[in-house]
Design a protein around this ligand. Sequence first.
Ligand code: ADP
Length: 402
Amino acid sequence: MVRDPSGEPLELIGSSIRIGDRKQAEAELRQSEERLQLALEGSALGLWDWHLSSQSTYFSPQWKRMLGFEVDELTNHHQTWENLVHPEDLPGANQALQAHLQGQAPVYQAEFRMATKQGDWKWIFSHGKVFEWDHTGQPLRMTGTHQDISDRKAINQMKDEFISIISHELRTPMISIRSSLKLLSTGLLGDLTEKGQRMLDIAVNNTDRLGRLINDILDLQRLESGQFSITKQSCEATTLIRQAVEAVQIIAHKQQIHLQILETTPLDIWADSDYILQVLINLLSNAIKFSETNTTVQIGVQPQKTSARFWVKDQGRGIPTDQLESIFGRFQQVDASDSREKGGTGLGLAICRRIVELHGGKIWVESTCGQGSTFYFACPAPSLTPSLNDSLMTDKSGFGNS
Ligand code: ADP
């Protein structure tokens, strides 16, 4: 309004903006929110939306109902989540959160127990991602979902216990069968015909395989149940490598595989030496098993920032790209005939992965079909200061930091 000196209205000035686009955007946003709401309700997922600077966190009604709470019974603050997570599971969940917040993991994923209003625990699978950062790259907002996985956990536990009992029960008669067969093969109980001896060899071989399978199942079960402890102490990485090489020397010799140790810089790691030795022997045995005669298997360890990276490289048949991850799962073999022909169980790498994870490290493989594979695993080496590391990293092996 423009007025004259006496205050009387003179003219009215205004502007108009076409808001068709905005209206349309608002309608689309409403629609997509409705869609999200329906999807969340349909899938029984709880939603969380965490503002990192204020720590205020939106928990959807389903998020709260999953734990037996009414909407107004929990405050919308990050602390609410921390208070409800089982104290034993909180460090692991926070570690996964930090790994994502610091950009080490593309998404955040964690499984933990949460307290319900009734006072018991529910297993929750949480999955989320940062989607807003400030101008310095610091995360501002992160959102994700909660899923109740208690039933799956209970079934898995029952399955594991069942497997464990069966394996224990199988082991005793197995040992007795094996001893009897071995006794027969010595000839002390009478000579066998050539055909009989062949049959006996097959029986011994298969009992050995069954024995390995039972031992591997029990090993994995023990590692996954958490009913054991690993005793970490300072140990020397190259000594472990030498011990592992010694342990597989006979099978390498039998297959005419040449074993070579590279990169022998003394390097202290923080680990349970028996378990790390088990991983190294397993990787070396596989490398030998899946290589042709007259080829070389190499092994070494490289210092990284705060860890030691072990590697085992072969010139064997290699692993298809789509199976580079899956072979670390239970009973996963590239070829179904591997267990029969190579005597494996498909559990060795699953055991290795569990051991490495329990040390706070990770294991992975790079491979080219027909040319060979290199298995890597990292193990904490707190003694490595960055300056020492820098001087050691002028590495001469040619294996690089891949
Ligand atoms: P297994 O007892 O069968 O060796 P693992 O869990 O140790 O069980 O290995 C799983 C599968 O991964 C093997 O059966 C094989 O198909 C593949 N594999 C493992 N190591 C190698 C390797 N060095 N070269 C090629 N394939 C490998």
